[in-house]
Design a protein around this ligand. Structure first.
Ligand code: BTN
Length: 344
């Protein structure tokens, strides 16, 4: 793992002190460097990382809370993260190919459950169904976590629904105008609406499971969150948005990352206990935007429409087909479900 540079150490100390001053003397002693070096690191934090740092004679240095500040780096995330195991260790990079690939490589090297890779930019971001996940720099978050579930391989894919639920809860905590509502489009699209009718997607989740002798070797969940992206290519602007475009303000990425993993950690432990969603079903159903709406089930045996009614403990969508009195349980991955009216 990358060593903590002296500049990062200075930042860590300034973050620890919140907005109070830390003397130049203390920084020199804790880092074991000269005053000139401390000054150099402070300047680098200002110019390279865009921190506002106040310097006052006889008092020292302190971080100024920048309005709409959004700086993503390892220290900012560590500082905000209050988890027991999710995000431990945390590996941050400014740029990588794909964080899902990084996690699998780390797993091969012996890293354990909870290892988290976060990056600001991906050059080979992977989406579902072999698609590319365009991952521009300086605005979003791309991250993947390593899990080593001790459960039957057929139970593990439901973890994707747990991930969507964690994100929906983290987003629901954001300060938002009254008309903004986040939700989940079954099984795992986190969506947002301003009018309870038109929904857009602001997150992508890609879960990859590897088996060894028919047992789970590891599960990698990768998520891409559109946070402060200000525009989208025309071909997806009808269905994709960002938190900034939704809320009308910049969202602090490090805080959001920390919130997501706090919710995920608790919910994953609940999922692990029963190997299904029994303990999370109620919460998931509150977030589910399909309930009561028309859906088209793209069953290879024959397409049909019906009304979604909720989910089962196994995470299947309960659908009442039109003209029938018998509910059908639609399994994640086996059959696609499309909204009949627009995206949901
Ligand atoms: C989708 O197609 O909706 C899923 C997109 C998943 C993108 C994330 S970004 C972090 C992680 N690394 C990847 O290469 N993909 C996932």
């Amino acid at each position: 793992m990358a060593e903590v540079s002296p500049k990062e150490q200075v930042l860590q100390i300034l973050l620890e002190k919140k907005e109070t001053f830390v003397s130049g003397q203390e920084l020199c002693e804790r880092l074991g460097v000269s005053r000139t070096s401390v000054w150099k690191y402070i300047n680098a934090l200002r110019t390279e990382d865009h921190y506002e740092i106040e310097a006052v004679t006889n008092k020292g240095y302190r971080l100024l809370p920048g309005k709409d500040q959004d700086i993503l780096n390892r220290q900012e995330i560590e500082n905000a993260l209050h988890t027991r195991w999710a995000g431990r260790p945390l590996i941050y990079s400014e740029k990588t190919g794909s964080t899902n690939d990084d996690i699998m490589e780390l797993s091969d090297q012996g890293y354990g459950q909870g290892t988290l890779c976060v990056t600001d930019c991906q050059t080979k971001g992977k989406g579902r169904r072999g698609r590319t996940w365009i991952s521009p720099t300086g605005c979003n978050v791309y991250m993947s976590i390593l899990l080593k579930p001790k459960m039957l391989p057929e139970h593990a894919p439901t973890v994707t629904l747990v991930m969507a639920l964690a994100m929906e809860q983290a987003f629901a905590e954001l300060d938002a105008p009254e008309n903004v509502r986040f939700g989940i489009k079954w099984p795992n699209d986190v969506v947002v609406t301003l009018d309870n009718e038109h929904y857009k997607k602001c997150v992508g989740i890609l879960t990859e499971m590897r088996l060894e002798d028919r047992e789970i070797k590891d599960v990698t969940i990768g998520i891409g969150i559109n946070i402060n992206q200000e525009s989208f290519p025309e071909e997806i602007s009808e269905s994709a948005t960002s938190l900034k475009l939704t809320l009308g303000r910049t969202v602090n990425r490090a805080d959001l990352v920390a919130r997501v993993w706090k919710y995920f950690e608790d919910d994953y432990e609940a999922f692990e206990k029963t190997e299904d969603l029994s303990l999370l079903q109620e919460k998931y159903e509150k977030a589910l935007v399909n309930t009561g709406r028309k859906v088209r089930v793209l069953d290879p045996k024959g397409e049909y429409t019906g009304v979604a009614r909720g989910i089962t403990a196994r995470g299947e969508l309960i659908v009442l087909p039109d003209g029938s009195e018998q509910e059908v349980h639609v399994a994640n991955g086996e059959i696609s479900v499309r909204g009949v009216m627009g995206y949901v």
